[in-house]
Design a protein. Structure first.
Lengths: 440, 98
């Protein structure tokens, strides 16, 4: 492929500059992330040593009254489980995009495939950590492996996430192995590391063919796993008859589509950030970004449709516990968040993404990047509006309003800093674009 | 076509997974308060075997690609690494929780 980057490098060197070149901005960015991670660790330490009383999730019955009786609410899953669903969502489309690129032979999008794979690998542990944060006794988490029972959706979750995580590691390694071997030759200073990691890769045609064949089969297995995992996450809610507005047949598909919106938006954001940082306009072309935004637009329309269907079903049937939760959301204390999310979080990105229908010149990569970020923030809030209002409105009474404490917010945000650190570490060690893209 | 080593690992993974499932079904069918594996070893074994089965099944992708020693290294790393993550969380949090 005849392409030059903004730094006038060969295409291959252009891709490898993320590994070989380290500027001041990188160190500043990493230092900022380390400071923020330190703050997160301190917050988690505080929660571990003091207990969940430092969170806003504490029960109304034993809550300290300094915030007023109205504020003390019992939402035992709060923002940690909101965060769990969010990260699971982000992770899902990641490898699924990569698998789809391989299965449907969408060569044009191979340039974003690895970004998506790494996103999955980074996001899944963050989802797992969010569960750990929510536990009053995380030292007992091992009991899930020792005494877990198959009737529990929690064990289904563990199984599904483990399967997805292991599948991702295997898939990523296989797709990366050739590049690792290439790095061993290109970077003599780090040869010992890459050589060992490549595990005797020879790069013969038959070996490459074996890799591709295995990756194809893995890709085929990963797509249904992806659907299963988010369906299982939805069952944690959808099978609970005791909580108003959760017990619903629409939840599985609703969660899966939400995950795809979230993941595709995140992949678009990353692709744009990398293109901007490393001047990869000739690699991540407008055409590629437009294709990803096209996929994002379509899944967003399906998601909004499902959302409307859910709201209509709840509100049309008249007086019910589900309607009470819906009213609480529409007109209650969370109404400002709910309507901002609906109008700004979903409405504006939908308009931005729909605009290119009226002509090619309407596609603006920068504006679409803003839409992808807004969408992911909105999807985080959407998960909050699924988790919290139902917990605050059990069938017999209403418990109050849940407001997360600063400690809780620090811990929740910590997953973002950790994820960014892990992602940056990967980018510094391995090429974030498959070298085969420029080799042809 | 799936080659012999891949097929062998796939079958092994499937058998481990199945034994985990069987232990759970058998343990659940009995009327005793505590299932036999739990009573005799203190561990239910079903979920652990189930998870290990899944890891072995997925690692079958390597069987056709890596040399035997590297393949075993990967397999052991995946299983041990997975359990170690739980161990680290338990160790750190147990030391901090009063």
């Amino acid at each position: 492929m005849d392409m030059k980057s903004g730094y006038n490098l060969t295409p291959e060197d252009s891709i490898l500059q993320s590994v070989t070149r380290t500027g001041t901005a990188f160190y500043v960015f990493v230092c900022a992330l380390l400071v923020l991670t330190g703050e997160f660790l301190y917050a988690w330490y505080t929660q571990l040593t003091t207990g969940l009383v430092v969170t806003g999730m504490r029960s109304i019955y034993n809550a300290p009254n300094y915030m007023g009786p109205y504020i003390a609410g019992g939402a035992p899953w709060g923002i940690y489980i909101t965060n769990f669903i969010f990260w699971i969502g982000i992770s899902h489309a990641g490898i699924a995009i990569s698998a789809s690129v391989r299965l449907m032979d969408l060569k044009k999008y191979k340039v974003v495939a690895r970004m998506a794979e790494v996103l999955t690998l980074v996001a899944l542990p963050m989802a797992g950590l969010s569960i750990v944060f929510d536990q009053g006794r995380p030292d007992r988490i091992i009991n899930l492996l020792i005494y877990g029972r198959f009737q529990s959706p929690m064990l289904w979750d563990l199984t599904a996430i483990t399967t997805y995580f292991m599948g991702t590691i295997v898939y990523l390694y296989l797709s990366l192995r050739g590049d690792i071997d290439e790095l061993a030759r290109k970077l003599p200073g780090r040869e010992w590391f890459y050589k060992r990691l490549a595990m005797n890769y020879e790069g013969t045609e038959s070996e490459k063919e074996r890799h591709n064949r295995t990756l194809w089969w893995l890709a085929l297995a990963i797509v249904p796993i992806m659907v299963t995992v988010h369906s299982v996450v939805s069952f944690v809610f959808g099978l609970m008859i005791a909580r108003s507005s959760w017990y619903s047949t629409i939840f599985a598909i609703y969660f899966v589509v939400g995950a795809i919106v979230s993941g595709v938006a995140a992949v678009y954001s990353l692709a744009w950030i990398f293109r901007w940082t490393y001047k990869w306009e000739s690699l991540i072309t407008d055409e590629v970004l437009k294709g990803v935004s096209w996929a994002l637009r379509n899944v967003l329309i399906i998601y909004i449709y499902l959302w409307i269907a859910e709201e209509l079903t709840t509100r049309y049937m008249g007086a019910s516990d589900d309607l009470r939760v819906s009213n609480y959301l529409w007109f209650g204390p969370y109404a400002p968040i709910f309507w901002t999310m609906a109008i700004v979080g979903f409405g504006i990105p939908a308009i931005i993404l729909l605009k290119p229908i009226f002509g090619k010149r309407h596609f603006n990569p920068r504006l679409t990047f803003a839409a992808s970020i807004i969408l992911n923030v909105a999807l985080w809030v959407k998960r909050f509006t699924i988790v919290v209002p139902s917990l605050l409105n059990p069938p017999l009474y209403q418990t109050g309003v849940y407001i997360p404490t600063p400690t809780e917010v620090s811990i929740m945000l910590g997953t973002f800093w950790l994820a960014a650190l892990l992602y940056v570490a990967f980018v510094k060690l391995f090429p974030i674009i498959d070298l085969d893209v420029v080799k042809g | 076509m799936v080659n012999k080593s891949t097929a062998a690992v796939l079958i092994l993974g499937f058998l481990i997974l199945l034994s985990g499932l069987s232990l759970w079904v058998l343990g659940d069918q009995t009327n005793s308060v505590v299932s036999l594996p739990l009573a005799s070893t203190g561990i239910l074994w079903a979920p652990l075997l189930w998870i290990c089965g899944i890891i072995v099944l997925l690692s079958a992708a390597f069987a056709n690609i890596l040399r035997a020693k590297y393949y075993l290294l990967w397999l052991v790393s995946l299983i041990v690494g997975y359990i170690v993550i739980f161990g680290i969380i338990v160790a750190i949090t147990a030391s901090l929780i009063p």
